[in-house]
Design a protein around this ligand. Sequence first.
Ligand SMILES: Cc1cc2nc3c(=O)[nH]c(=O)nc-3n(C[C@H](O)[C@H](O)[C@H](O)COP(=O)(O)O)c2cc1C
Length: 272
Amino acid sequence: MRIGKFKSLFCIEKLMILSIIATERKRGNSVLASKYIAKKLGEELEIINLAKKEIKPCKACYQCLYGKDCKIEDDVEKILQKIGVADRVIIVSPVYWLSAVGKLKAFLDRCFMAIRYYEMFKGKRCIVLTPHGFDDLVGWASATHLVLARILGLDVLANIELRSALPGEVFTDGETIKKLDMAVNILKKGERVVMDSQCPVCMSAIFRVRNGKLECPICGTLLTQNLEVIEKGERFSQKWVVEHFSVELIELKERYREIKEELKKAVDELGV
Ligand SMILES: Cc1cc2nc3c(=O)[nH]c(=O)nc-3n(C[C@H](O)[C@H](O)[C@H](O)COP(=O)(O)O)c2cc1C
């Protein structure tokens, strides 16, 4: 038997981990965290850096919701296709001024058209990691990262904040390394892990106050101050996403068609 044939008989194909990052740092914490996880898992890694991609703003034409191709020519379709062939997805992007990096938000805005790929994306294991410099400045970036994962239909197993300010610090902070190892185990086992102070339904780490109760701004779950579920919310669940895109948003567009002239007249009358 030739060695090549012998090798291919016993060759176990590696999984493809796709890491979606958005940073100009070549050896920054997002890149290093991605490489660490893929290496520990012994799987292939492909990194898509949104910061280096052409991502134009959504024109809000809604045509993609009717199954039509997006008229905007840029890299978004190619990125979505990459997600389609990945086995696992890591969304790892830093906090910039309490929020998500602009390029990641630009990509999320264009994810109206992601509904066309929903069946391909649905249920892929995903982990959300958010490097940040200061524990008291984590803000709401991870909430945006979570929404991106949910809009894509990915199966979010954990939402982990990684304290790491300087490039490489993701490996020098003991607590952060523990969290990276936790991410490796979670992705390997496919088990969902909710961190302290997160919504038990969708893992959001931020909340709104409504009538003296806490409301998760992502899934809409109502919670006590101790984060016990009072009423479970469904927003951004797979069922909700499909319904929102295929019913609610289509109805909205149809309503616009019906009352377009009325709206135009009202605006014209105000003379602005
Ligand atoms: C423009 C800018 C804004 C930032 N804003 C914050 C912030 O609001 N909160 C925070 O904790 N860290 C902030 N940081 C620090 C980054 O989140 C941190 O350095 C992170 O590790 C960068 O990830 P990267 O190495 O993958 O690029 C900011 C960094 C930059 C460059």
